[in-house]
Write a protein that binds this ligand. Structure first.
Ligand code: SF4
Length: 429
Protein backbone atom coordinates (compact mmCIF):
# COMPACT_ATOMS: atom_id res chain seq x y z
CA UNK A 1 0.00 0.00 0.00
CA UNK A 2 1.14 3.53 -0.59
CA UNK A 3 0.31 7.07 0.46
CA UNK A 4 0.66 10.71 -0.52
CA UNK A 5 0.64 13.67 1.85
CA UNK A 6 -0.28 17.16 0.63
CA UNK A 7 0.71 20.05 2.85
CA UNK A 8 -0.92 23.46 3.10
CA UNK A 9 0.82 26.06 5.19
CA UNK A 10 3.58 26.23 7.69
CA UNK A 11 6.56 24.25 8.95
CA UNK A 12 4.43 22.75 11.73
CA UNK A 13 2.42 21.10 8.98
CA UNK A 14 5.59 19.83 7.31
CA UNK A 15 6.63 18.42 10.69
CA UNK A 16 3.18 16.77 11.02
CA UNK A 17 3.67 15.29 7.52
CA UNK A 18 7.03 13.82 8.55
CA UNK A 19 5.43 12.11 11.54
CA UNK A 20 2.47 10.83 9.48
CA UNK A 21 4.95 9.46 6.92
CA UNK A 22 6.97 7.85 9.74
CA UNK A 23 3.80 6.19 11.06
CA UNK A 24 2.71 4.94 7.61
CA UNK A 25 6.23 3.65 6.90
CA UNK A 26 6.14 1.73 10.19
CA UNK A 27 2.98 0.02 8.89
CA UNK A 28 4.85 -1.24 5.82
CA UNK A 29 3.54 1.42 3.42
CA UNK A 30 5.60 3.48 0.99
CA UNK A 31 5.35 7.03 -0.30
CA UNK A 32 3.75 7.33 -3.76
CA UNK A 33 5.28 9.44 -6.49
CA UNK A 34 1.89 10.49 -7.88
CA UNK A 35 -0.95 11.69 -5.66
CA UNK A 36 -3.57 10.30 -8.05
CA UNK A 37 -2.49 6.67 -7.62
CA UNK A 38 -2.61 6.00 -3.91
CA UNK A 39 -4.28 3.94 -1.20
CA UNK A 40 -4.17 6.77 1.36
CA UNK A 41 -4.27 10.48 0.54
CA UNK A 42 -3.73 12.90 3.42
CA UNK A 43 -4.23 16.68 3.24
CA UNK A 44 -2.88 18.77 6.10
CA UNK A 45 -4.85 21.96 6.50
CA UNK A 46 -3.37 25.31 7.48
CA UNK A 47 -4.18 27.07 10.69
CA UNK A 48 -4.42 30.78 10.52
CA UNK A 49 -6.03 32.15 7.41
CA UNK A 50 -9.33 31.34 5.78
CA UNK A 51 -7.83 31.75 2.30
CA UNK A 52 -5.46 28.88 3.05
CA UNK A 53 -8.39 26.78 4.28
CA UNK A 54 -10.27 27.57 1.08
CA UNK A 55 -7.42 26.11 -0.97
CA UNK A 56 -8.34 22.69 0.43
CA UNK A 57 -11.52 22.92 -1.67
CA UNK A 58 -9.28 22.94 -4.72
CA UNK A 59 -8.54 19.28 -3.96
CA UNK A 60 -12.03 18.12 -4.95
CA UNK A 61 -11.01 17.25 -8.52
CA UNK A 62 -7.86 15.46 -7.37
CA UNK A 63 -9.88 13.39 -4.91
CA UNK A 64 -12.38 12.43 -7.63
CA UNK A 65 -9.47 11.20 -9.76
CA UNK A 66 -7.99 9.25 -6.83
CA UNK A 67 -11.34 7.53 -6.29
CA UNK A 68 -11.71 6.82 -10.03
CA UNK A 69 -8.29 5.13 -10.10
CA UNK A 70 -8.80 3.31 -6.81
CA UNK A 71 -12.34 3.26 -5.38
CA UNK A 72 -10.98 1.81 -2.13
CA UNK A 73 -8.56 4.69 -1.58
CA UNK A 74 -9.02 6.48 1.74
CA UNK A 75 -8.85 10.28 1.77
CA UNK A 76 -8.04 12.02 5.04
CA UNK A 77 -8.09 15.65 6.14
CA UNK A 78 -6.09 16.64 9.20
CA UNK A 79 -4.17 19.60 10.63
CA UNK A 80 -6.00 22.67 11.90
CA UNK A 81 -9.61 21.68 11.23
CA UNK A 82 -12.31 23.40 13.28
CA UNK A 83 -15.92 22.22 13.75
CA UNK A 84 -17.33 24.51 11.07
CA UNK A 85 -14.62 23.32 8.63
CA UNK A 86 -15.65 19.73 9.31
CA UNK A 87 -19.16 20.28 8.03
CA UNK A 88 -17.79 21.84 4.83
CA UNK A 89 -15.25 19.10 4.17
CA UNK A 90 -17.19 15.99 5.19
CA UNK A 91 -18.55 15.57 1.68
CA UNK A 92 -15.07 15.68 0.14
CA UNK A 93 -12.92 13.55 2.47
CA UNK A 94 -13.62 10.05 3.84
CA UNK A 95 -12.12 10.84 7.22
CA UNK A 96 -11.37 14.00 9.17
CA UNK A 97 -8.83 13.04 11.82
CA UNK A 98 -7.34 15.03 14.66
CA UNK A 99 -3.55 15.20 14.34
CA UNK A 100 -3.35 14.90 18.13
CA UNK A 101 -4.62 11.31 17.78
CA UNK A 102 -1.96 10.31 15.22
CA UNK A 103 -0.72 7.48 17.45
CA UNK A 104 -4.19 5.87 17.16
CA UNK A 105 -4.45 6.12 13.39
CA UNK A 106 -3.41 2.47 12.81
CA UNK A 107 -6.58 1.30 14.61
CA UNK A 108 -8.76 4.11 13.26
CA UNK A 109 -7.68 3.33 9.69
CA UNK A 110 -7.73 -0.44 10.18
CA UNK A 111 -4.00 -0.78 9.49
CA UNK A 112 -3.10 -2.87 12.53
CA UNK A 113 -2.45 -2.34 16.23
CA UNK A 114 -1.44 1.10 17.46
CA UNK A 115 2.25 1.78 17.96
CA UNK A 116 3.78 0.89 21.33
CA UNK A 117 4.88 4.54 21.53
CA UNK A 118 1.74 6.30 20.42
CA UNK A 119 2.48 9.73 21.92
CA UNK A 120 2.61 12.19 18.96
CA UNK A 121 6.09 13.38 19.91
CA UNK A 122 7.46 9.84 20.14
CA UNK A 123 6.37 8.77 16.67
CA UNK A 124 9.58 8.63 14.66
CA UNK A 125 9.43 11.13 11.78
CA UNK A 126 10.62 10.39 8.28
CA UNK A 127 12.97 13.10 7.07
CA UNK A 128 13.06 13.44 3.28
CA UNK A 129 15.85 15.94 3.46
CA UNK A 130 18.33 14.55 5.96
CA UNK A 131 20.28 17.80 6.00
CA UNK A 132 17.38 19.83 7.47
CA UNK A 133 15.42 18.51 10.44
CA UNK A 134 12.21 19.96 11.81
CA UNK A 135 11.99 19.15 15.50
CA UNK A 136 8.76 20.02 17.36
CA UNK A 137 9.51 21.15 20.91
CA UNK A 138 5.92 21.92 21.87
CA UNK A 139 2.45 21.67 20.42
CA UNK A 140 -0.66 23.78 20.85
CA UNK A 141 -0.99 27.34 22.02
CA UNK A 142 -2.68 29.19 24.90
CA UNK A 143 -2.71 32.64 23.34
CA UNK A 144 -6.03 32.85 21.51
CA UNK A 145 -5.05 35.60 19.09
CA UNK A 146 -8.49 36.64 17.93
CA UNK A 147 -7.94 35.69 14.25
CA UNK A 148 -6.37 32.26 14.81
CA UNK A 149 -7.81 28.75 15.18
CA UNK A 150 -4.72 27.00 16.54
CA UNK A 151 -5.76 27.00 20.23
CA UNK A 152 -9.10 25.42 19.19
CA UNK A 153 -7.65 22.82 16.85
CA UNK A 154 -4.37 21.93 18.54
CA UNK A 155 -5.34 22.55 22.17
CA UNK A 156 -3.30 24.17 24.93
CA UNK A 157 0.47 24.43 24.80
CA UNK A 158 2.21 21.19 25.79
CA UNK A 159 5.99 21.22 26.00
CA UNK A 160 7.92 18.12 25.14
CA UNK A 161 10.44 16.64 27.61
CA UNK A 162 13.81 18.31 27.00
CA UNK A 163 15.64 14.98 26.99
CA UNK A 164 13.46 13.70 24.15
CA UNK A 165 14.15 16.85 22.13
CA UNK A 166 17.91 16.61 22.70
CA UNK A 167 17.87 12.91 21.76
CA UNK A 168 16.01 13.74 18.51
CA UNK A 169 18.49 16.51 17.69
CA UNK A 170 21.42 14.15 18.38
CA UNK A 171 19.85 11.50 16.12
CA UNK A 172 19.31 14.04 13.36
CA UNK A 173 22.88 15.38 13.59
CA UNK A 174 24.30 11.84 13.62
CA UNK A 175 22.19 11.22 10.49
CA UNK A 176 23.75 14.18 8.69
CA UNK A 177 21.51 17.13 9.62
CA UNK A 178 23.19 20.49 9.05
CA UNK A 179 20.17 22.55 10.00
CA UNK A 180 17.91 22.01 13.01
CA UNK A 181 14.60 23.86 13.17
CA UNK A 182 13.06 23.96 16.66
CA UNK A 183 9.32 24.26 16.13
CA UNK A 184 6.37 25.35 18.20
CA UNK A 185 3.25 27.42 17.62
CA UNK A 186 4.58 29.62 20.42
CA UNK A 187 8.12 28.26 20.42
CA UNK A 188 9.65 30.57 23.03
CA UNK A 189 6.95 29.79 25.59
CA UNK A 190 8.58 26.36 25.92
CA UNK A 191 8.83 25.20 29.51
CA UNK A 192 9.37 21.70 30.79
CA UNK A 193 10.20 21.44 34.49
CA UNK A 194 12.98 23.94 35.08
CA UNK A 195 13.96 24.11 31.41
CA UNK A 196 12.70 27.17 29.59
CA UNK A 197 13.34 28.16 25.97
CA UNK A 198 16.66 29.91 26.73
CA UNK A 199 18.01 26.87 28.57
CA UNK A 200 16.80 24.51 25.85
CA UNK A 201 18.53 26.64 23.21
CA UNK A 202 21.81 26.49 25.14
CA UNK A 203 21.43 22.71 25.58
CA UNK A 204 20.87 22.18 21.82
CA UNK A 205 23.79 24.51 21.08
CA UNK A 206 26.10 22.38 23.23
CA UNK A 207 25.40 19.20 21.23
CA UNK A 208 28.64 18.37 19.38
CA UNK A 209 28.63 18.59 15.59
CA UNK A 210 28.60 21.10 12.78
CA UNK A 211 25.01 22.28 12.40
CA UNK A 212 22.92 25.45 12.38
CA UNK A 213 20.00 26.13 14.73
CA UNK A 214 16.87 27.99 13.64
CA UNK A 215 13.53 28.29 15.43
CA UNK A 216 9.99 29.42 14.70
CA UNK A 217 7.53 30.94 15.66
CA UNK A 218 8.35 33.11 18.66
CA UNK A 219 5.84 35.38 20.36
CA UNK A 220 7.12 38.88 21.27
CA UNK A 221 5.57 38.65 24.77
CA UNK A 222 7.70 35.59 25.62
CA UNK A 223 11.09 36.89 24.44
CA UNK A 224 12.62 37.69 27.82
CA UNK A 225 16.17 38.97 28.49
CA UNK A 226 17.41 35.44 29.19
CA UNK A 227 16.20 34.26 25.78
CA UNK A 228 17.68 37.31 23.99
CA UNK A 229 21.06 36.63 25.61
CA UNK A 230 20.99 32.88 24.93
CA UNK A 231 20.04 33.49 21.29
CA UNK A 232 22.91 35.93 20.75
CA UNK A 233 25.47 33.84 22.63
CA UNK A 234 24.70 30.40 21.15
CA UNK A 235 27.13 30.11 18.25
CA UNK A 236 25.09 27.54 16.34
CA UNK A 237 21.94 29.68 16.54
CA UNK A 238 21.84 31.52 13.23
CA UNK A 239 21.42 35.33 13.05
CA UNK A 240 17.89 35.24 11.68
CA UNK A 241 14.58 35.75 13.43
CA UNK A 242 10.98 35.78 12.28
CA UNK A 243 9.23 37.86 14.94
CA UNK A 244 5.53 38.34 14.11
CA UNK A 245 4.35 41.90 14.75
CA UNK A 246 0.87 41.44 13.14
CA UNK A 247 0.11 45.18 13.44
CA UNK A 248 1.99 48.39 14.22
CA UNK A 249 -0.99 49.93 16.00
CA UNK A 250 -1.74 49.36 19.69
CA UNK A 251 -5.55 49.40 19.33
CA UNK A 252 -5.44 46.83 16.53
CA UNK A 253 -3.03 44.66 18.54
CA UNK A 254 -5.55 44.78 21.37
CA UNK A 255 -8.38 43.77 19.03
CA UNK A 256 -6.17 40.92 17.83
CA UNK A 257 -5.60 39.88 21.47
CA UNK A 258 -1.85 40.28 21.04
CA UNK A 259 -0.77 41.34 24.56
CA UNK A 260 2.11 43.71 23.80
CA UNK A 261 2.43 47.34 22.83
CA UNK A 262 4.20 48.42 19.66
CA UNK A 263 6.86 50.11 21.81
CA UNK A 264 7.54 46.82 23.66
CA UNK A 265 8.03 45.15 20.29
CA UNK A 266 10.38 47.82 18.94
CA UNK A 267 12.35 47.80 22.22
CA UNK A 268 12.74 44.04 21.87
CA UNK A 269 14.11 44.45 18.34
CA UNK A 270 16.62 46.99 19.69
CA UNK A 271 17.69 44.56 22.44
CA UNK A 272 18.15 41.74 19.92
CA UNK A 273 20.19 43.97 17.59
CA UNK A 274 22.34 45.18 20.48
CA UNK A 275 22.92 41.64 21.77
CA UNK A 276 24.08 40.45 18.35
CA UNK A 277 26.40 43.46 18.04
CA UNK A 278 27.91 42.62 21.41
CA UNK A 279 28.36 38.89 21.03
CA UNK A 280 28.88 38.21 17.32
CA UNK A 281 31.53 38.99 14.73
CA UNK A 282 31.50 40.07 11.08
CA UNK A 283 28.19 39.86 9.22
CA UNK A 284 26.64 38.00 12.16
CA UNK A 285 26.65 41.21 14.17
CA UNK A 286 23.58 42.24 12.19
CA UNK A 287 20.67 39.92 12.77
CA UNK A 288 18.25 39.56 9.85
CA UNK A 289 14.65 40.04 10.94
CA UNK A 290 11.44 39.08 9.19
CA UNK A 291 7.88 39.35 10.42
CA UNK A 292 4.28 38.35 9.90
CA UNK A 293 1.71 41.10 9.49
CA UNK A 294 -2.03 41.16 8.80
CA UNK A 295 -3.36 44.16 6.90
CA UNK A 296 -7.03 45.19 6.82
CA UNK A 297 -7.95 43.60 10.15
CA UNK A 298 -11.52 44.35 11.28
CA UNK A 299 -11.87 48.07 11.94
CA UNK A 300 -8.33 48.98 10.84
CA UNK A 301 -8.48 52.64 9.78
CA UNK A 302 -6.12 54.26 7.28
CA UNK A 303 -4.43 56.01 10.17
CA UNK A 304 -3.92 52.75 12.03
CA UNK A 305 -2.55 51.15 8.90
CA UNK A 306 -0.19 54.12 8.50
CA UNK A 307 1.13 53.35 12.00
CA UNK A 308 2.03 49.88 10.77
CA UNK A 309 3.73 51.31 7.68
CA UNK A 310 5.69 53.71 9.89
CA UNK A 311 6.94 50.89 12.12
CA UNK A 312 7.99 48.92 9.04
CA UNK A 313 10.11 51.87 7.87
CA UNK A 314 11.63 52.16 11.34
CA UNK A 315 12.45 48.49 11.87
CA UNK A 316 13.83 47.94 8.34
CA UNK A 317 12.78 44.31 7.97
CA UNK A 318 14.59 41.85 5.74
CA UNK A 319 11.38 40.05 4.83
CA UNK A 320 7.70 40.03 5.69
CA UNK A 321 4.89 37.53 5.27
CA UNK A 322 2.01 39.89 4.56
CA UNK A 323 -1.56 38.61 4.84
CA UNK A 324 -4.73 40.41 3.89
CA UNK A 325 -7.11 39.69 6.76
CA UNK A 326 -9.64 36.98 6.00
CA UNK A 327 -12.24 35.81 8.46
CA UNK A 328 -11.74 32.35 9.95
CA UNK A 329 -15.05 30.95 11.26
CA UNK A 330 -14.89 29.86 14.89
CA UNK A 331 -12.43 32.57 15.95
CA UNK A 332 -13.22 35.57 18.16
CA UNK A 333 -12.50 37.94 15.25
CA UNK A 334 -15.18 36.22 13.16
CA UNK A 335 -17.71 38.02 15.37
CA UNK A 336 -16.23 41.41 14.40
CA UNK A 337 -17.25 43.32 11.29
CA UNK A 338 -14.76 42.60 8.48
CA UNK A 339 -15.22 46.12 7.15
CA UNK A 340 -12.06 46.87 5.14
CA UNK A 341 -12.86 46.40 1.41
CA UNK A 342 -10.77 43.82 -0.45
CA UNK A 343 -9.30 46.48 -2.77
CA UNK A 344 -8.15 48.50 0.24
CA UNK A 345 -6.59 45.37 1.80
CA UNK A 346 -4.75 44.77 -1.46
CA UNK A 347 -3.54 48.37 -1.53
CA UNK A 348 -2.25 48.09 2.05
CA UNK A 349 -0.50 44.83 1.27
CA UNK A 350 1.23 46.40 -1.73
CA UNK A 351 2.27 49.42 0.35
CA UNK A 352 3.92 47.21 3.00
CA UNK A 353 5.50 45.11 0.28
CA UNK A 354 7.09 48.22 -1.27
CA UNK A 355 8.56 49.28 2.09
CA UNK A 356 9.99 45.82 2.77
CA UNK A 357 11.51 45.65 -0.73
CA UNK A 358 13.29 48.93 -0.09
CA UNK A 359 14.59 48.05 3.38
CA UNK A 360 15.55 44.49 2.42
CA UNK A 361 17.57 45.75 -0.55
CA UNK A 362 19.34 48.31 1.62
CA UNK A 363 20.07 45.64 4.27
CA UNK A 364 21.47 43.28 1.64
CA UNK A 365 24.05 45.76 0.33
CA UNK A 366 26.42 44.76 3.13
CA UNK A 367 26.81 41.34 1.47
CA UNK A 368 28.27 42.73 -1.77
CA UNK A 369 31.68 41.15 -2.46
CA UNK A 370 31.55 39.35 0.91
CA UNK A 371 32.14 35.61 1.18
CA UNK A 372 29.45 33.77 3.11
CA UNK A 373 28.63 30.20 4.07
CA UNK A 374 25.68 28.76 2.17
CA UNK A 375 23.71 25.65 3.04
CA UNK A 376 22.71 24.20 -0.33
CA UNK A 377 18.97 23.42 -0.63
CA UNK A 378 18.77 22.25 -4.24
CA UNK A 379 20.80 21.94 -7.43
CA UNK A 380 19.19 22.21 -10.87
CA UNK A 381 20.34 23.06 -14.40
CA UNK A 382 23.87 23.96 -13.30
CA UNK A 383 22.73 26.29 -10.49
CA UNK A 384 22.42 25.78 -6.76
CA UNK A 385 19.99 27.50 -4.43
CA UNK A 386 20.81 27.77 -0.78
CA UNK A 387 20.53 29.91 2.33
CA UNK A 388 22.99 32.02 4.24
CA UNK A 389 23.08 31.67 8.01
CA UNK A 390 20.93 34.82 8.02
CA UNK A 391 18.33 33.00 5.86
CA UNK A 392 18.99 34.93 2.65
CA UNK A 393 18.38 32.94 -0.52
CA UNK A 394 21.47 32.72 -2.74
CA UNK A 395 21.75 31.42 -6.30
CA UNK A 396 25.11 30.46 -7.77
CA UNK A 397 26.47 28.38 -10.66
CA UNK A 398 27.97 25.01 -9.77
CA UNK A 399 29.51 23.97 -13.10
CA UNK A 400 32.64 21.95 -12.36
CA UNK A 401 31.87 21.84 -8.64
CA UNK A 402 30.07 18.82 -7.19
CA UNK A 403 27.74 20.74 -4.86
CA UNK A 404 24.73 18.82 -3.60
CA UNK A 405 21.85 19.54 -1.18
CA UNK A 406 23.15 19.61 2.39
CA UNK A 407 26.64 20.87 1.51
CA UNK A 408 27.90 23.99 3.21
CA UNK A 409 29.97 25.97 0.70
CA UNK A 410 31.64 29.37 0.65
CA UNK A 411 30.11 31.73 -1.88
CA UNK A 412 31.25 35.21 -2.84
CA UNK A 413 28.26 37.51 -3.32
CA UNK A 414 28.39 39.36 -6.64
CA UNK A 415 24.93 40.92 -6.82
CA UNK A 416 22.25 41.72 -4.28
CA UNK A 417 18.52 42.10 -4.77
CA UNK A 418 15.72 42.67 -2.25
CA UNK A 419 14.90 39.01 -1.73
CA UNK A 420 17.87 37.17 -3.14
CA UNK A 421 21.60 37.26 -3.70
CA UNK A 422 23.74 36.01 -6.59
CA UNK A 423 27.24 34.69 -6.12
CA UNK A 424 29.99 32.31 -7.15
CA UNK A 425 31.62 29.47 -5.29
CA UNK A 426 34.81 30.55 -3.66
CA UNK A 427 37.47 28.54 -1.83
CA UNK A 428 38.59 31.29 0.49
CA UNK A 429 36.73 32.80 3.41
S1 SF4 B 1 0.39 32.79 19.07
FE1 SF4 B 1 -1.55 33.49 18.24
S2 SF4 B 1 -1.26 33.28 15.98
FE2 SF4 B 1 0.32 32.02 16.98
S3 SF4 B 1 -0.60 29.97 17.12
FE3 SF4 B 1 -1.01 31.01 19.07
S4 SF4 B 1 -3.05 31.92 18.80
FE4 SF4 B 1 -2.27 31.41 16.76
Amino acid sequence: MNYFIQIFGCQMNISDAQRIAGLFDSQGMSAAAKPEEVDFFVAIMCSVRQMAADRVFGLEQRIKLIKKNNPKAVTILTGCVIESDKKRFEGIFDRILNIKTLGNWPIILDLGPNLAENDYFRILPRHDQDFSSLIPISKGCDNFCSYCVVPYTRGPLVSRPANDILAEVQRAVAGGAKEIWLLGQNVNNYHFGKINFAKLLRAVDSIPGEFWIRFTSPHPKDFNEEAVLAFAQCEKATPYLNLPIQSGDDAILKAMNRPYAVKTYTDLIKKLRAAFKNYRKGLEREIAISTDVIVGFCGETKLQFNNTAKIFREIRYDMAYIAEYSQRPGTAAAKLFDNVPIKEKQRRKKAIDRIVKTTALANNKKYTQKTVEILVDSVKNGYALGKTRSYKTVKFPVSGYPAKPGDIVNVKITKVMAFGLLGKICDEK
